[in-house]
Ligand binder design. Structure first.
Ligand code: FAD
Ligand code: MLT
Ligand code: ZN
Length: 489
């Protein structure tokens, strides 16, 4: 007998009407069905095994799923979704589970559909630089594969050792190289997606130009598992640069950071591949966490900048960098600076930047705000929050992809508590909204931000999003309670 414990939840529709989807819970009969066509190892039900799948990376969101399915093929995914759609069983697609907005874990007892057994590289065309692969390939493994072919992935982020390319696409992740290689909306050439009813949408184009009607793949980039399950990816990979340099600079004020950015755009424009910043609290957190790393400059200052160049001629790039450094030093724009002299120093400087997130996570409960703002106003938000929080937080810091206008404001408390959240929210979102910024620059909406989506999208746009959701997933089984707000005006 099918157990029909139903969750009734409301989802908004146009003009304030609310439709109710009725969702079921997994029964023993459902598990027997999944076991009938999936390998034994692809159906996890042991409570111990489920723990890491039910909890997010920040340990802020906890689901209560009783089963993880790990399909090996697109056909498996199709069969699972067809069945779940008929049975009204909700499903959370999960990649590397590095999501920072609670999108990758269940809210209640949704089935977790993990892509980590779909991890084959399908093809690589060295002339076109086009890679096709399964969605569950770990980003770093793709990097390693491409390095041998003298190519790189157009996306790079601190979570590369765990995150999947499918998760990157579903989240429309930005990362450290967006400044140079643009967003996934530009470098992604094709996708294979399984829709809620099990239909396999083969959009695996390898063409750079293809103007044949609606560009459907774009809909799934940043859809966060709410419109379909991505099973295959076709992506344009840039050639590896012959010459890469990284510099670590220190500044005494945020204004100096902005002037450094302005100067770097002028002097290093065509070779610059990253421009990142961090404040001294962020640096202090990493140095406290990674005993093998040291501050690259002699004295600690208020702010630091990491600039990477990737070009084709080492001498030419170094000449440009040295001229830039002399100018910013000479004009007193920076306090000090170091150009990495070895592969180890290059990696250590990047490790400082990339490990901020992990170091904060080790300190306590991290409230993360990933926002787009005019660069000139970015740090005012961090300062306003510092004043507001006072001595209540363990650490309040700012860092991020300043070259892309993306700030990461992080506030660490000893534990996640409503009273802490209330100091920060909705204050941060209202602040961002007044500046016409975005409440999510790159991490997405997930479970954390549906209620504040309206700060960055009009209700007309949200209603169109809901129309698309209803068309592709009429029973609301895909990642329920994520992205779209419950109440829509
Ligand atoms: P998950 O976390 O598993 O899932 C993310 C979302 O996509 C969820 O909503 C999930 O349901 C959905 N999803 C996952 N796979 C699929 C699929 N195959 N089909 C459909 N939906 C799917 N983000 C940035 O943008 N820039 C950064 O610089 C950055 N750095 C990070 C550094 C660290 C240390 C960490 C922990 C996270 C970072 N992130 C960053 C956040 C995160 O978005 C990325 O790590 C990554 O894109 C998530 O990939 P994932 O495979 O872990 O996806
Ligand atoms: C980063 O840029 O380091 C990531 O987006 C993770 C974070 O915001 O902490
Ligand atoms: Zn980031």
């Amino acid at each position: 007998m099918l157990q029909s414990l139903s969750h009734h939840f409301k989802c908004g529709s146009s003009f304030g009407l609310f439709l109710s989807h009725s969702l079921s819970s997994v029964s023993e009969e459902d598990l027997t069905h999944f076991r009938s066509f999936l390998p034994k190892s692809a159906v996890l039900t042991d409570a111990e095994d489920l723990i890491p799948f039910n909890e997010d990376w920040l340990k802020k969101y906890h689901g209560n799923s009783r089963v993880v399915l790990r399909p090996k093929t697109t056909e498996h995914v199709s069969k699972i979704l067809k069945y779940c759609n008929e049975r009204r069983l909700p499903v959370v697609p999960q990649g590397g589970n590095t999501c920072l907005v609670g999108g990758s874990v269940p809210v209640k007892d949704e089935i977790i559909l993990s892509l980590n057994s779909m991890n084959s590289i399908r093809s690589f065309d060295p002339h076109a630089g086009v890679l096709t692969c399964d969605a569950g390939c770990v980003l770093e493994n793709l990097e390693v594969f491409l390095a041998e072919k003298d190519h790189i992935m157009p996306i790079d982020l601190g979570a590369k050792g765990s995150c999947h390319i499918g998760g990157n696409v579903a989240a429309n992740a930005g990362g450290l190289r967006l400044l140079r290689y643009g967003s996934l909306h530009g470098s992604l050439l094709g996708l294979e997606v399984v829709l809620a009813d099990g239909t396999v949408l083969n959009e695996m184009s390898t063409l750079r130009k293809d103007n044949t009607g609606y560009d459907l793949k774009q809909l799934f980039i940043g859809s966060e598992g709410t419109l379909g399950v991505i099973t295959g990816v076709s992506i344009l990979t840039p050639p590896k640069s012959n010459a890469m340099n990284v510099v670590f600079l220190s500044c005494d004020s945020y204004d100096q950071v902005l002037r450094t950015l302005e100067m770097a755009k002028k002097r290093l424009g065509e070779v610059m591949s990253a421009f990142e910043f961090l404040d001294d609290d962020a640096l202090g957190s990493v140095l406290g966490h990674m005993s093998n790393l040291v501050c690259p400059v002699e004295e600690r200052r208020s702010f630091y900048v990491v600039i990477e160049t990737s070009g084709s001629n080492k001498d030419h790039d170094e000449e440009k960098l040295m001229a830039f450094l002399e100018e910013v030093m000479g004009d007193g724009i920076i306090a000090d600076g170091v150009l990495a002299q070895s592969e180890t120093q290059f990696k250590d400087i990047w490790a400082l930047r990339e490990s901020i997130s992990e170091s904060l996570n080790k300190k306590g409960a991290v409230y993360k705000y990933d926002v787009s703002l005019p660069q000139s106003r970015m740090y005012d938000l961090v300062e306003d929050i510092r004043k507001r929080v006072g001595s209540q937080s363990l650490i309040t810091c700012g860092y991020g992809h300043i070259g892309d206008g993306n700030l990461h404001l992080n506030v660490v408390f000893p534990s996640f508590e409503k009273k802490h959240e209330e100091i920060l929210e909705p204050f941060v979102y209202e602040w961002v909204s007044k500046e016409h910024g975005s409440v999510s620059a790159e991490h997405g909406i997930g479970y954390m931000k549906p209620k504040v989506l309206h700060h960055s999208k009009t209700w007309e746009s949200i209603r169109v999003m809901k129309t698309i959701k209803d068309a592709l997933d009429p029973n609301g089984i895909l990642n329920p309670w994520k992205v779209l707000p419950e109440k829509i005006q």
